[in-house]
Design a protein. Structure first.
Length: 77
C-alpha cells in the first residue's frame, strides 16, 4: 500500500467505492459476512441492490419549501 509523505494511505477509486459500501452497509446493520456476500455478488457482475433515484419519485424544489419544520425560526411557528 502506498502512502503519502505524511503517512496517509493512498487508495484507488475502486477501493474507495468498496470502503464507502462497507461503511454504509455497517450503518444499516449488516454483518461483515453479509457485506462480503454483497461484494462477492457485485464483483461477479450482479447488481445486489437496486439503485434508488429520489429525483424520479420527488421533484426537486428550488424554493426551499422542502426544508423541515425544525429549520424554521421559532417565531414563525
Amino acid at each position: 500500500m502506498e502512502r503519502t509523505a505524511a503517512g496517509y494511505r493512498l487508495f484507488a477509486d475502486a477501493d474507495v467505492g468498496v470502503l464507502r459500501l462497507v461503511r454504509q452497509a455497517k450503518t444499516l446493520g449488516l454483518q461483515l459476512s453479509e457485506i462480503k456476500d454483497v461484494l462477492d455478488l457485485q464483483r461477479g457482475g450482479a447488481t445486489p441492490v437496486r439503485p434508488r433515484h429520489r429525483t424520479a419519485r420527488r421533484p426537486h424544489r428550488r424554493d426551499g419549501s422542502h426544508r423541515c419544520r425544525s429549520s424554521r425560526p421559532y417565531a414563525a411557528r
